[in-house]
Every structure is written in C-alpha cells, then in structure tokens.
Design a protein around this ligand. Structure first.
Ligand code: PEP
Length: 260
C-alpha cells in the first residue's frame, strides 16, 4: 500500500486580524516541533491580506501556509482576483480550491474549480481541491453521483501532461456540506466510504497517482472526533475550519493525525 503522510490544513476563512493571528502563529510555532512535523504535514490558510504575516511567522518552522482560493486566470482585468503566479511570488505553497462556500456563495462551477487546479499545476502551487455533497443530495441518494461529477472535473485537469504536479502536492478534501460548521460530523464509516469512492474514481479517470493522493476529511473535525476519523484507511488527515482558529484544538488535531 502507498504510504501517505497525513496532512492537516487549517482554513481560517474570513477570520482573524493582525493581533489575533500573531497569537495563533506564536502558539503553533511553540508547539509544533520538528518531531511532530516529521509525522504530519501542517498547512495554515489565512485570508489573503495575512499571507505575508504567515510567511514572516511560519517561514522558518516547517509549517506551510496557503491561500483559500486562486484565480482561474493567469493575469489581467479580473478585479479582486489573485493569480497562482502571485501566490508563488509570495512563497505561498498551497491553495484551497472549490470550497463549498465558494461553490455555493460565489456560484463556482466544476469547470471553474478544474481551471483553478490547472492554474496551480501551471505554477507549481500545491492544490487542496474540495468536493462534497449537500444534505439534500445525500438524503436523495445522489452522493456518489455528485462526488463523481466533481472528481471527474478535477481529474480531467490532473491528467494534463503539460504541467504535472508531484503526487504529494495534489490533495483532495471530502467535505460533506452538511457537516461544515454545523457540529454534525460524518461518521468514520461514512467518511471512509466516500474517500474510497473518490480514490477509485480518480484511478478510473486515469489519474495515475490516485493511491498516493491524500484525501482529507473536513466538516466539524474537533479534538474529540479527529482520531477516529483519521484511523480510517483512506482518510489521510483533515481540512479544519472552526477548530483551526483555536490553537489548542488545532494542535490536538495535528497530534491525532501524527499518530494515526
Ligand atoms: C471548512 O470550512 O473547510 C470546514 C471543514 O469547517 P468546519 O471545520 O468549521 O466544519
């Protein structure tokens, strides 16, 4: 079986300010020593204006930092957008794409998400591509159809031979929409079934590194449920929203991933 180093990414969403960020960075720096980072890869994704602050505080720690989105376009008249090239210019190693809040609130389509994956590939930015079904889709029996459609779009970008990303830089995050920010977590068995489906689908669509691709679970992960989720065979870490803003909680989740 392919060894996959667990990865925990904190999605701060539109939260934080210079002072509170500094407190969080200080706590992460103090606690996440090289020893734990050799067992878990940690990525922190603050809002765009604070990426420079992340670089200053985390640059020498082994904790990586990333953006919460990236443009579908390389440059030009796209007011408000930030390109993959700009992220690289800042030293930013990762970008989240296709988060359900962007799919729902900004109307992002599967094709736009795929274009963002392609932009990251072109510039060598590690990509954390999010997928997940709504409660209505799950309850009406459409989970696999929705995940399949979302994965197919991402896989079509990943198999482009022009700009391959090393497998360690391609991460998918299964985030059932009904579990995000709701306190309602998927059971480990539900997560495992979805992750297995996603991995098999990636392989079926011709992505040769499906076995090496880390698939994170996201949706109300807390210190109390992290270990049981991360113990599942195809759950390779977590994408953490609310709990990533609380240093002790985020650190506990990172430790749970390190020993999984
Ligand atoms: C997220 O926004 O990616 C997320 C998983 O949020 P939460 O952990 O708060 O459910």
């Amino acid at each position: 079986m392919t060894a996959r180093k667990p990865l925990v990414a904190g999605n701060w969403k539109m939260n934080g300010d210079i002072v509170s960020n500094e407190q969080l960075f200080t706590a992460l720096r103090a606690d996440l020593g090289r020893a734990s980072l050799s067992q878990v890869e940690v990525v922190v994704c603050p809002p765009y204006p604070y990426l420079g602050q992340a670089a200053a505080w985390l640059g020498d720690t082994g904790i990586a930092w990333g953006a919460q989105d990236v443009s579908t376009q390389p440059n030009g008249a796209y007011t408000g957008d930030v390109s993959a090239a700009m992220l690289v210019d800042l030293g930013c190693q990762w970008a989240i794409v296709g988060h359900s809040e962007r799919r729902q609130l900004a109307g992002e389509t599967d094709q736009q998400v795929a274009a963002k994956v392609s932009m990251c590939m072109t510039r060598g930015v590690g990509v954390i591509a999010c997928i997940g079904e709504t409660l209505e889709e799950r309850e009406s029996g459409h989970t696999e159809a929705v995940l399949g459609r979302q994965v197919d779009a991402i896989a079509a970008a990943l198999v482009d031979p022009a700009h391959p990303l090393p497998p360690g830089r391609v991460v998918l995050a299964y985030e059932p929409v009904w579990a995000i920010g709701t306190g309602r977590t998927a059971s480990p068995e539900i997560a495992q079934a979805a992750h297995r489906f996603v991995r098999e689908r990636l392989a079926q669509r011709g992505y040769g590194h499906a076995g090496a691709t880390r698939i994170l679970y996201g949706g109300s992960v807390k210190p109390g449920n992290a270990a049981s989720l991360f113990a599942m065979a195809d759950v390779d870490g977590g994408l953490i929203g609310g709990a990533s803003l609380v240093a002790d909680d985020f650190l506990a989740i990172c430790r749970a991933a390190a020993v999984a």
